[in-house]
Design a protein around this ligand. Sequence first.
Ligand SMILES: *Cc1c(COP(=O)(O)O)cnc(C)c1O
Length: 394
Amino acid sequence: MLRVYADNAATTAMSPAAKAAMLPYFDEIYGNPSSPHSFGQAAAAALQEARETVARCLGAKADEITFTSGGSEADNQAILSAAAAGEKQGKRHMISTAFEHHAVLHTLQKLERQGWEITLLPVHEDGIVRVEEVRDAIRPDTALVTIMYANNEIGTIQPVAEIGAICQEKGVLFHTDAVQAAGHLHIDVAAQNIDLLSLSGHKFHGPKGAGVLYVRKGALRLQNLIEGGGQERGKRAGTENLPAIVGMAVALDEACKHLDQHTAHVTKLRDRLIEGLSNIPYARLNGSAEHRLPGNVNFSFPGVEGEALLLLLDSMGVAASSGSACTSGSLDPSHVLLAIGLSHEVAHGSLRLSLCHTNTEEEIEHILAVVPKVVQRLRDMSPVWKDMIKKEAV
Ligand SMILES: *Cc1c(COP(=O)(O)O)cnc(C)c1O
């Protein structure tokens, strides 16, 4: 049976080139980058090269790049550092959106418990924040605007450069969680007025457990989340995970070099999927069709239970998601789908298919053969669906 992996927003397969680049760092160049001997210096040189590569891909400078354990750590560090800087100036307000990743939302909730005021802007039915609403929400005591570059569930792309320009004009720091964008969209931190940016290696065919926090030079002093040695210029203690950092840099470089070619291929597959799945009765595409990641497809099928849909699809060779991997396991519907106005009932019956450049047309045809059948089968078994149809409540 054909097995199709369509869950690339949860994590990706390692790029063969990135994997090959990592291997010597386990048992050949294994020195500690902080050691002054030749073993350590070889490792330090590789670390510096990775830093320069990542910086080049983002339009940044090498000394603006801090390596972290992933996207979650980078998000936490960005927000908590901006909070520490804000406190010193008597600022205790932040602006974000209702559909951020939990690494951002839960950090903001932590600040809220410490007396911070948090404004969560709406993202409207199309899953896009309005630039004018960002402008109107900024106050004299606003310490940070943190708005994701692209959403992990519905793939909508935010007007990052415009938001950055407003923040710059108003003198407010701007952070963006670019975990879903890095390696998939062109990023230029200088041109887009970004002060802080998070990314994660395993979302663009690099290894798990490596991420980046970009901080524009002079924007703010990073706070340590982990105390210890002086690694990462004293901003992130702990011996660097050099194999993963090298693999991440190679994967990002590769993704950026092939970005246009991959985008063309993946967009074609995505549009074929959207077209085909739209034929399912009462199917609803979640999020803007226009401002959308090349690989993201997200539909709701009223009358269908998401978990059952995933299990049946898996048994027929299709690996997908019904929300974000971090929230599955809980029965609460996705906060992202609620934020774009879906009812609890409809949000439960949603399906995310996230593609990458190694997906093929044959795989898309397999998905298109399987999903309508599974949706029909689940609806046939569902008393809720029969009730909805009878009441014309769809
Ligand atoms: C995956 C993801 C994260 C978390 O990254 P990790 O490296 O897994 O910690 C943060 N934000 C978004 C938008 C993500 O998709």
